[in-house]
Design a protein around this ligand. Structure first.
Ligand code: FES
Ligand code: FES
Length: 154
């Protein structure tokens, strides 16, 4: 059954008439055309679909849209400001922290939430925080380096 759902998306108010059980991932990708958030496993296993809700990294493939009612959702499309990449985006690009790039939006949004909670994580804390995000291109080490650069620990 359709419900009215309102929330903030990348700093702007959104109002939708939608089945409340529809997942945030497909609302973003199909209904709102924000395809930066990726569909990988659909089972909360890979992290490709990660967005930030409030201050938490969340797997959008598992989150019913009604759960974001009244909350702030940030996707990869909302990170750059005034045409300027977010430092995490720049560090990933500068250090080549990807190959195919499919995991990258989820990696960056997970790192964003990690740095919100802990702006100066140790390498071990970064590895632990990113552990459940998978990169089939094996860019994990450069991903850790990019996050370290932004955290100012390199
Ligand atoms: S697509 Fe959501 S965790 Fe893999
Ligand atoms: S860069 Fe290809 S999956 Fe990570």
């Amino acid at each position: 059954m359709k419900e009215t759902i309102t929330f903030q998306l990348n700093g702007k108010p959104v109002r939708l008439e939608v089945d409340g059980n529809r997942t945030l991932l497909w609302v973003l990708r199909t209904d709102l055309g924000l395809t930066g958030t990726k569909f990988g496993c659909g089972l909360s296993l890979c992290g490709a679909c990660t967005v930030v809700v409030g201050k938490e990294a969340v797997r959008s493939c598992q989150l019913p849209i009604r759960e974001v009612r009244g909350k702030e959702v940030l996707t990869i499309e909302g990170l750059a400001k005034n045409g300027k990449l977010h430092p995490l985006q720049k560090a990933f690009a500068d250090l080549g922290a990807f190959q195919c790039g499919f995991c990258t939006p989820g990696m960056i949004m997970t790192a964003y939430a990690l740095l919100l909670k802990n702006p100066r994580p140790t390498r071990e804390q970064i590895i632990a925080g990113m552990d459940n995000n998978l990169c089939r291109c094996a860019a994990h080490w450069r991903i850790v380096q990019a996050i370290e650069r932004v955290a100012g620990t390199r």
